[in-house]
Ligand binder design. Structure first.
Ligand code: 5GP
Length: 181
């Protein structure tokens, strides 16, 4: 295995959960599935910042069809706890009316963020809306939200790496780690 299984960084204990090769091949599969379902029209990807930027970058490069991408900034977490309140920094910066939108999220946890975003997106009357998430924690759900594409379903553990942070750190790790301590 090419990556470190365990790291202790400033008291944060990180244990490898999903290595980068496994992530890469699963995302290739997911991109093929989305392409098959979507067909030849332009896919309008809406990437949820901050966490989904790495996943979205890999997903669109594995997607062999026309697509455009825009970014929306949302957050509900402080440290390892959901605040329960989703915040949106600004309006969706493009016109999605009549388009086939694929929302790309890093992780669906309580579902509050996705529920909030879906309402905003649907209010702009896109032709269709689908949701792709890199990670899904179904056991944590507070609101039932539709999730069309899931790369990995995980247990109720706080994860970092592959775009996901703990107080701003660890987004650059290419693999996924669980964080203790
Ligand atoms: P939800 O609104 O579904 O509870 O949470 C969605 C957001 O919470 C995600 O976009 C992500 O930013 C953050 N989040 C949820 N679980 C985790 C986790 O295990 N690790 C990290 N780093 N962020 C998480």
């Amino acid at each position: 295995m090419s990556q470190i299984d365990f790291m202790n960084i400033n008291g944060d204990e990180l244990n490898l959960l999903i290595d980068k090769e496994t992530i890469r091949s699963r995302i290739d599969e997911l991109a093929k599935q989305i392409r098959k379902d979507h067909g030849d029209g332009t896919l309008s990807v809406l990437c949820v910042l901050n966490g989904a930027f790495v996943f979205a970058a890999d997903l669109i490069r594995a997607y062999e069809g026309p697509c455009e991408i825009t970014f929306v900034k949302l957050s509900s977490y402080q440290g390892t706890e959901s605040t329960g309140t989703v915040k949106m920094a600004e309006k969706i910066p493009c016109n999605i009316t009549g388009k086939d939108v694929l929302i790309v999220e890093d992780i669906v946890d309580t579902g509050l963020t996705m529920d909030y975003l879906l309402k905003i997106v649907k209010a702009q009357n896109p032709r269709s809306v689908k949701v792709a998430t890199c990670f899904d924690k179904p056991s944590r759900r507070k609101i039932n939200v539709p999730v069309d594409y899931v790369a990995f379903e995980i247990e109720d553990k706080f994860i970092v790496g592959y775009g996901l942070d703990y107080d701003g750190l660890y987004r650059n790790l290419p693999s996924i780690y669980t964080k203790n301590g």
